[in-house]
Design a protein around this ligand. Sequence first.
Ligand SMILES: Nc1ncnc2c1ncn2[C@@H]1O[C@H](COP(=O)(O)OP(=O)(O)OP(=O)(O)O)[C@@H](O)[C@H]1O
Length: 254
Amino acid sequence: MDLKIDALTHRYGTTEVLADINLDIPTGRIVCVVGPSGCGKSTLLRFIGGLERPTEGQVMQLSDPPADSLNPFTFVFQDFALLPWRTVDGNVRLVLEDHGLGKAEMDRIITDVLTRTKLADFADALPKNLSGGMKQRVAIARALAVRPAVWLMDEPLSALDAQTRELLMDDLVGLWLRTPFTAVYVTHNLAEAVRLGHRIVVLSRRPGMVRKVIDIETPLENRTAGDPALAAIEQELWQLMRDEAEAADQELIA
Ligand SMILES: Nc1ncnc2c1ncn2[C@@H]1O[C@H](COP(=O)(O)OP(=O)(O)OP(=O)(O)O)[C@@H](O)[C@H]1O
């Protein structure tokens, strides 16, 4: 589903958090949003997901969500947000309940998404028995199950160690190559943005304004570690972020 963020500004009380954000989110593309702490990245996701309304401007849906989408705007969070008393199967099943699906259809969807996230052998496991990477794969399976029109991903890999993060990035690329999805992906990690983003949006410190939009033409499947073109983009991102991050850091201390 194509989205357009149009002149979006938001204030909490007298504090301006986002200022005049204009941004296109095309269907089938991963749009990464980077920026210093507190610049409004998570707030922007909430507006896109319709959880809050901005003070000014709007998020426009330029096309309809797919007819079979059970939850057009689906969040994936850093902390996995799994129910500890439900099994892997039960956590995925939860989001399918109340949609009028028969048991056989639910079972079919669950088998499919657990297979796609390499969790087929862990359907009966409880979250407490899973590694961080597996927990996040459950969260991804749960999102796949409802066939989102747009994935809203808020630092989904930030709680994971570096190796697990690499594996999960490969998994996300694999899932996207199989069925391209639309995502807005918030991250602090520039390497992650360069690995996963078709478009990278750099926000300034608060109030978050769009400082730069970088489109990366290299197909996701060709983004190998050490690629000089990608390294140059990461370096450019860091140059842009550095001043903003330093200034934001000073503001937090002051
Ligand atoms: N409900 C709210 N009421 C008041 N202020 C809020 C609310 N939600 C967020 N803020 C403030 O808005 C600003 C932006 O917050 P937000 O969480 O969107 O930033 P962020 O870029 O996602 O930060 P981080 O990278 O640290 O997660 C912060 O100063 C935060 O304190």
